[in-house]
Design a protein around this ligand. Sequence first.
Ligand SMILES: Nc1ncnc2c1ncn2[C@@H]1O[C@H](COP(=O)(O)OP(=O)(O)OP(=O)(O)O)[C@@H](O)[C@H]1O
Length: 290
Amino acid sequence: MTAGAVAPRVAVLASRVRADEKRILAALERRGVPYVQLDARTLHGFAHPAADGPRPAVLNREISHTRAVYGAELLEAAGHRVVNSAAATALCGDKWRTSTTLAAAGLPTPRTVLALTPGAALDALEELGTPAVIKPLVGSWGRLVARVPDRETAEALLEYVAALPSPQSHVVYLQELVDKPGRDIRVGVAGGEVIGAVYRHSADWRTNVARGAWVERCVDTGVIGPLAVAAAAAVGARIAGVDLIEDADGRPQVLEVNAGLEFSGLQEALGEDVPVADRLVDELLAEGAR
Ligand SMILES: Nc1ncnc2c1ncn2[C@@H]1O[C@H](COP(=O)(O)OP(=O)(O)OP(=O)(O)O)[C@@H](O)[C@H]1O
C-alpha cells in the first residue's frame, strides 16, 4: 500500500498496525512522505538479491523479535537501510548480549550472571546472592521475569526451567534485584538525542506499562538523558527505549535497551507537544539520506 502514486521514499515494516504504527503512518501522510507499508508476515528475500534501483529506508516496527531481526537482515541484504539495523535489533533483543555490551561500555548496569545450565545457575546464584531476578534471554513486557528471594525458590524455579523444551531456555540469566523506588524510567532516544522520559509506577514489582504501570513525565533528564543516549549508542540503536532503574542511593542503572520503541505510555505522559512519531520519522528520513 502506498500513500500516493510516486515511488516510496521510505517503508514501515510491521505485521500489526497498533496505535503507535498508526501514529507513524499518520505522521508520514501529514508530512507528504511517500511510503510503503510492508507486512512482515508476507516478506521473503534471497541471499543473492538483484541490486537494481534505489531502495527505500525502512523503519522496523515488527513486534515479533525473530521476524524483526530476520526481516531487517533480508532487507539489508537487498540494499535497504533499516532503522534500527539488524545488528542492533539482534543485540537489543538478547538480554545477556545487551548486559555485556553495556558493561563493556562502562555504563552502570545491575550485576548480572549467565549460567549455561540450570544446575550451573544454582552455583551462580550463590556468588550473585539473593534476592535476585531470573529472566528469559529473549522476551518483553516482563513476561517470565521472576523474583528469586532465596535458594529454595531458585531450586523450584530452575526445576521448571530445566523442564522447558527449548535448549535456549536452559541458559539462565540472573541479575541482582535492585531495590528500586517502585518505579523505573523509560527514556525515548532518537538519533543520539532524548525525545523524552517517563517514570513508570506500579504496585507490581515489574513496572511494565503492559502490566498496568502508570506513567508520569520525568522532567529532569540531566543525569538520565546522557546515560540513555550512551546506552543506545553502545548497542548501535538509532531509535531506542532505554529502561533505567534507580538503586537505593538513587543512582540510575541501565536495565536494557529496546530497539522497537513502544511509545504509547511515553506519548501519553509527554503530551502532544512532543510528537514521538515525528521524531521517529525524522530519524527514518535521516537514515534514508545517509
Ligand atoms: N534487576 C532488577 N531489579 C529490580 N527490578 C527489575 C530488575 N529487572 C527487571 N525489573 C523490573 O521488571 C520489569 C521487567 O523487566 P525487564 O525490563 O528486564 O523485562 P522485559 O520483559 O524485557 O520488559 P520490557 O518490555 O520493558 O522490555 C522492569 O521494568 C523492572 O520494573
